[in-house]
Design a protein. Structure first.
Length: 222
């Protein structure tokens, strides 16, 4: 269970044995840039605050991807969640260091994209095909009412993706809509576009590679 964020009205200090090291206050009022800096410094309070703010969004993004796959279990979703956190601390937290708010993306949108990419990476590693069944009720994390926070992040991701896809040919945009947007399995995409399944896999790799390259240039890649 996620621990509540630590709230303090003063800065903490820790005795290093030589110096008194000041630790910045981390609470619900801390902005995202300061939170990222504290996470890079490996502050336990910052990581707990990150979980408090974004765990719900992360699980929703993961579930949105995995709910079409009947073989995905609750444990798989938790593993994807863990994979995301491992990726954030790997290589001296290089991924966190790569986030740059000046590139135009909100931190929430960036985190959501990371969660989606982690889910797809996990599923590709297992080579599972979508079976269109929903996950168990235990993973039905959405409410009956739209979450304004998630809706805003989804809108921003859609706008960014639309701008990137604008430079693609119409046929490649149609393919991206069917395969990535609607989540159709390869055989259905092949029928819809009158191409072979082999061509679907080849085109998927080509478009995905190009998308990831362009999104990385925009500071949004996983």
């Amino acid at each position: 269970m996620v621990q509540p964020a630590f709230v303090s009205t003063t800065s903490r200090t820790e005795d290093s044995g030589i110096f008194r090291i000041s630790r910045p206050r981390i609470d619900a009022t801390t902005d995202d840039e300061a939170l990222v800096d504290a996470m890079i410094d490996n502050s336990p309070l910052a990581w707990r605050e990150f979980q408090r703010r974004y765990d719900r969004l992360i699980f929703r993004c993961i579930t949105k991807v995995t709910k079409r796959f009947s073989a995905v279990s609750v444990d798989d979703v938790r593993e994807i969640h863990a994979m995301l956190f491992v990726s954030l601390v790997a290589n001296d937290r290089a991924k966190l260091r790569s986030y740059d708010s000046e590139r135009g993306s909100r931190f929430s949108s960036w985190v959501g994209l990371l969660a989606i990419h982690c889910a797809y990476d996990f599923l590709r590693s297992l080579r599972r095909e979508p079976a269109r069944e929903l996950l168990t009720d235990e993973l039905d994390l959405s409410s009956d009412l739209a979450d304004p926070y998630e809706s805003a992040a989804r809108r921003e991701r859609s706008e960014i993706t639309a701008r990137v896809l604008a430079g693609f040919s119409q046929r490649d945009r149609d393919f991206a809509t069917l395969y990535f947007g609607e989540g159709l399995p390869p055989d259905e995409v092949a029928r819809a576009m009158s191409i072979s399944v082999k061509t679907v896999y080849s085109k998927r790799h080509k478009i995905q590679t190009r998308l990831e390259t362009l999104l990385e240039a925009a500071g949004l890649a996983a």
